[in-house]
Design a protein around this ligand. Structure first.
Ligand SMILES: C[S@@+](CC[C@H](N)C(=O)[O-])C[C@H]1O[C@@H](n2cnc3c(N)ncnc32)[C@H](O)[C@@H]1O
Length: 274
């Protein structure tokens, strides 16, 4: 039986678990590259409706609006902070709009020809069950393109999980941290798509990010997986947790003359309903 990989996430978003657009966008170049790789495999010539699920600050969604200027492009996200930044972007394309919504409550409507979701579905519980519902409701010929980080085995994420489960933090964090189980084994995405009558390609890429700054891996994780952990702690405990985690990260990711190498695997799935 295929085992699901887990990352530490919490179900409830406390105020300190909120997404921070400034921190998240610090690595916008590194985060944009997988998006470009993803959508290069979507060959829809001139779709009329395009949806980006978990659009974040919208900078990548704007690429969709520019690629298909005649399409109505909708970015959906649950974070008011991320959407506020998205709506205030300079040169907002006229065909791009945003809506605040939980991805889990969204279903494809007739006429949606491209569904994109980049680095977001790992935060949604039971995402594979949700995908099956989407695939069943998609129009014939519609495209689906997903990218999720394959991060559970990364030293940064293994160290985070170990620290969360350590004697010092287990009691404070243990109950609040729910193992996500939202990243499926790579092959499962292929099976889901084939079983839903789709043409599909699934692959994995390991990006060799070279990051600058004093503690770039900590900064990266602060924008994503560390948020829900810190949100469970008092301000003093959060500071102590970060100090301990930072020491582990410095050892695992030493700085070199050219920067800090942060290898990062991502899973891609692109398909088209027959
Ligand atoms: C890592 S960011 C990715 C943002 C963007 N897609 C990108 O590629 O830069 C994940 C985004 O997913 C959103 N998100 C997470 N869970 C969500 C949910 N259940 N419903 C809607 N948005 C969600 C977060 O608010 C965040 O903006």
């Amino acid at each position: 039986m295929l085992m699901r990989e887990t990352v530490p996430v919490t179900s409830a978003e406390s105020p300190r678990a909120k997404w921070d657009p400034q921190i998240y966008d610090r690595f916008d170049q590194e985060r944009a590259r997988p998006f470009v790789d993803l959508i290069s495999h979507v060959l829809a010539p001139s779709p009329t409706r395009v949806v980006d699920l978990g659009c974040g600050t919208g900078s990548t969604t704007a690429m969709l609006a520019r690629r298909w200027p005649d399409a109505e492009v909708l970015g959906i996200d649950s974070s008011s902070e991320m959407l506020a930044k998205a709506r205030s972007m300079p040169d907002l394309p006229a065909n791009l709009h945003f809506e605040q919504m939980d991805i889990a409550a969204w279903m494809p409507e007739r006429g949606v020809e491209v569904i994109v979701t980049n680095a977001a579905l790992q935060w949604v519980p039971d995402s594979t069950a949700l995908m099956l519902q989407w695939f069943a409701s998609m129009d014939q010929g519609a495209w689906f393109a997903m990218q999720v980080p394959h991060s559970a085995q990364l030293p940064s994420h293994v160290l985070l999980s170990r620290l969360v489960g350590s004697d010092r933090w287990r009691d404070v964090l243990g109950k609040g941290i729910r193992a996500g189980g939202t990243v499926a084994p790579v092959a499962e995405y292929l099976e889901l798509m084939f079983a839903s009558g789709m043409e599909a390609q699934v692959w994995e890429t390991e990006y060799q990010h070279v990051l600058n700054g004093e503690e770039p891996v900590l900064d990266w994780v602060r924008g994503t997986s560390l948020r829900p952990v810190l949100a469970k702690l008092s301000a003093d405990d959060a500071e102590l947790f970060e100090q301990q985690y930072s020491a582990l990260l410095r050892e695992a990711y030493p700085r070199s003359a050219f920067g800090t190498l942060y290898p990062f695997k991502r899973i891609f799935a692109v398909g088209r309903k027959r």
